[in-house]
Design a protein around this ligand. Structure first.
Ligand code: BMA
Length: 284
């Protein structure tokens, strides 16, 4: 990083002007979070913009001293949308912004109602409507992934649960991760699941296949996780045993670069292919 910072993790990812672009969640030495752009030709070596992306607060956000984190980038046509979590005294909500240059983000609509986060916008309309995955939480219940629809990216409804089976590695929490990847067989979604142990909440990444026309319909939800926290850089840091994705990029040769946060401290990269993920869905 070209400036002092405490942690850099949970980056949004996309292809932009022929490069791989990450929108980094950067925490400065006061643990205040800003979004910084990093670009790369090979997906491994990145140049980080020293200045954060400009993104004015909505009235609601400034009124209640919010901070933003976990950006996820979706390209629709010429526009890039960033959906990200927001935290303030009401708990977690999320907001959406639009950009074409990754220098300035413009707020789109208001924020969600709490408690809701891990929101991800689909890269295409589904049956004529924008669609998003989200994770509303109520009372004692830790929440599930839901899909909601909108005609204009402002008003959302027709919400339906994506009722994923709660295997042991995702019995505590599940939340959408990367932007869903459209395949011939449906939407591939790389998501996170957690399990409570005596001392930590362990994070895992899983993959599922959702129906192309109705993503609340689960076609495959493997019993096995695809990634667990096991390397030192995934187990040691701000929050131990965390692997958390908010961005995956499909390259021209079919490689899928999955960027994920390791222990809420650093950005990590795992590689796979769409074929491998689909095979995994069939096998497990
Ligand atoms: C979630 C979010 C993420 C974080 C994860 C692990 O609830 O706050 O930003 O990476 O917890 O601490």
């Amino acid at each position: 990083m070209p400036f002092p910072c405490y942690a850099v993790y949970n980056a949004g990812a996309t292809l932009f002007e022929g490069k791989i672009l990450l929108l980094l969640r950067v925490e400065n030495p006061q643990i205040h979070c800003t979004f910084h752009v990093a670009t790369s030709d090979d997906g491994i070596h990145f140049t980080v913009e020293p200045e954060p992306v400009r993104y004015p607060f909505r009235a609601f956000e400034s009124m209640y001293g919010s901070h933003r984190y976990d950006p996820r980038i979706t390209r629709i046509g010429e526009d890039y949308y960033v959906m990200h979590a927001i935290h303030n005294k009401f708990g977690a909500t999320f907001g959406l912004a639009r950009t074409r240059d990754f220098k300035t983000l413009t707020p789109v609509g208001d924020t969600s109602v709490p408690f809701n986060r891990n929101a991800v916008l689909f890269p295409e309309k589904i049956k004529g409507l924008y669609a998003r995955l989200e994770r509303p939480v109520s009372g004692e219940h830790n929440g599930s992934i839901w899909v909601s629809y909108s005609p204009d990216l402002e008003f959302w409804g027709r919400s339906m649960p994506v009722d994923l089976p709660r295997h042991l590695w995702c019995e505590q929490k599940v939340g959408a991760g990367a932007v869903p990847i459209r395949t011939e067989r449906g939407w591939l979604e790389i998501y996170h699941g957690t399990q409570m142990t005596a001392s930590t909440e362990n994070y895992f990444l899983g993959v599922c296949l959702l129906d192309a026309e109705d993503p609340s319909r689960i076609l495959k939800a493997p019993k096995r996780f695809v990634l667990a926290a096991e390397k030192p850089y995934e187990c040691m840091g701000q929050v131990p045993n965390v692997v958390f994705t908010s961005g995956a990029v499909v390259l021209e040769d079919g490689t899928v670069n999955v960027y994920y946060g390791g222990a809420d401290t650093r950005v990590c990269l795992a590689q796979t292919t769409i074929a491998e993920l689909l095979d995994f869905c069939d096998a497990y």
